[in-house]
Ligand binder design. Structure first.
Ligand code: PLP
Length: 409
């Protein structure tokens, strides 16, 4: 079992008071806090090692290159990638998905092609495809959801058919927490020869991921949602597919040879990492993975399941509450999205902030999903390794207080 009270001590920001109350941070699906271990690794890099990578023969450059490459190896191991060349550092999930749409998508889609996503997606896995279909005259199709926010798998073999060229879907919904059966969908896509992209922004930080077991072609996630810094993310891609893909951004470091007339590209993954990368970010991400591995991804999943079970039990006692998403914690990650009658989510969020509790309110960058479920917005509490049942108890108490408060204003 995770000792989350002890873990919280590693996070300086969690010692802060907000509006005279000890901070309860329940906005982890948006971004997570950083342990001293990660903060110090970035600070140490700038204090002792900082230099540009891959081009220098001096000690600092060689050390920086070594640390950057080590970070890539660490990410490869974290998701059981068969090699480090399959790991491309990006700015985050959004850039990873755009990279695939802009390169693989433009090279492989035409008017006969269909792209399949789901009704659960974050805007980052909708908008790049909506733009791509305009340029390629291809079609965008959606796997629908049931009223409980789970995917409806019934007509999968009609939605995914011989016209399908790529299936891109989220592993875990950031809006309502649904965990999708991605293995089932990957298999269906493989049966028609379609490529698959998994948006693991909300799963890689919270449960073990094994890309070889999943069999997906691409997988994307963000460092800042897993204790790492902002501005660093990952695109995993099968090496043979990456090798066939056109380059993304062009410039330094991604080239093999440049003449005044033309240029040729470096091998993967360098072909996709033009310019000076976020070296400190990669090093911070490596430290974050080291920290998560010490706890173990299996224990993190178990801890979040326990917290979710506890909060659902407590919140179901609140009169009239509408909890979005699946009933069972087996189908749900560590987040709860909800609405309370007569209290607007923004008002609730502001009230909770006066008590030191940080949650997210709004459409959670999943506007079509929240609308489909009959709302314009919801309140969302999302958990991580440092959150405790006591914090949940305080949260539920303050929700009940807010209902009384808004009844009287
Ligand atoms: N996909 C999902 C499911 C997300 O939750 C998020 C962020 O909330 C993203 C994509 C985009 O991630 P980023 O903003 O780090 O690029």
């Amino acid at each position: 079992m995770i000792q989350s009270q002890d873990i919280a001590k590693d996070f300086p920001i969690l010692q802060r008071k907000i509006n005279d109350n000890k901070l309860i941070y329940f906005d982890n699906a948006a971004t997570t806090q950083k342990p001293t271990h990660v903060i110090e690794s970035i600070s140490n890099f700038y204090s002792n090692t900082n230099s540009n990578i891959h081009r220098g023969v001096h000690t600092l450059s060689m050390e920086s290159t070594y640390e950057y490459d080590q970070a890539k190896d660490k990410v490869a191991e974290f998701i059981n990638s068969p090699n480090s060349e399959s790991i491309i550092f990006t700015r985050g999930t959004t850039e990873s998905i755009n990279l695939v749409a802009e390169t693989w998508g433009k090279a492989n889609l035409d008017e006969s092609s269909e792209i399949v996503i789901t009704e659960l997606e974050h805007h980052s896995n909708i908008v790049p495809w909506q733009e791509l279909i305009k340029e390629t005259n291809s079609k965008l199709k959606y796997i629908p959801i049931n009223s409980d926010g789970t995917l409806n798998y019934e007509n999968l073999n009609q939605i995914i058919n011989s016209n399908t060229k790529i299936v891109s879907l989220t592993h875990v919904s950031n809006g309502i927490g649904t965990i999708n059966n991605i293995k089932k969908i990957i298999k269906e896509a493989q049966s028609v020869g379609a490529i698959t992209l998994i948006d693991a922004a909300q799963s890689a930080p919270h449960m073990p991921i094994d890309v070889q077991d999943l069999g997906c072609d691409f997988l994307a996630f963000s460092g800042h949602k897993m204790l790492g810094p902002t501005g660093i993310g990952v695109l995993y891609g099968k090496k043979d597919i990456l090798e066939e893909m056109p380059a993304y951004q062009k410039g330094g470091d991604m080239i093999l040879e440049v003449t005044y007339e033309k240029s040729s590209w470096n091998e993967v993954p360098f072909k996709f990492e033009a310019g000076t990368p976020n070296i400190a970010g990669a090093i911070g991400l490596k430290s974050a993975i080291d920290y998560l591995n010490l706890i173990s991804m299996d224990s993190i999943r178990e801890h979040e399941k326990e917290l979710t079970e506890h909060i659902l039990k407590e919140m179901r006692n609140i009169d009239g509450i509408d909890i979005l998403g699946p009933e069972s914690v087996e189908d749900r990650a560590g987040l709860v999205s909800f609405n309370i009658p007569n209290v607007h989510p923004h008002d609730l969020g502001t009230y909770l902030d006066t008590k030191g509790i940080a949650i997210r309110t709004g459409h959670h960058c999943a506007m079509p999903l929240i609308k489909k479920l009959g709302s314009h917005s919801s309140a969302r509490a999302s958990f991580y390794v440092y959150n405790t049942k006591n914090e949940i108890n305080e949260f539920v108490t303050q929700i009940n207080n807010s209902i009384k408060y808004f009844d009287n204003v």
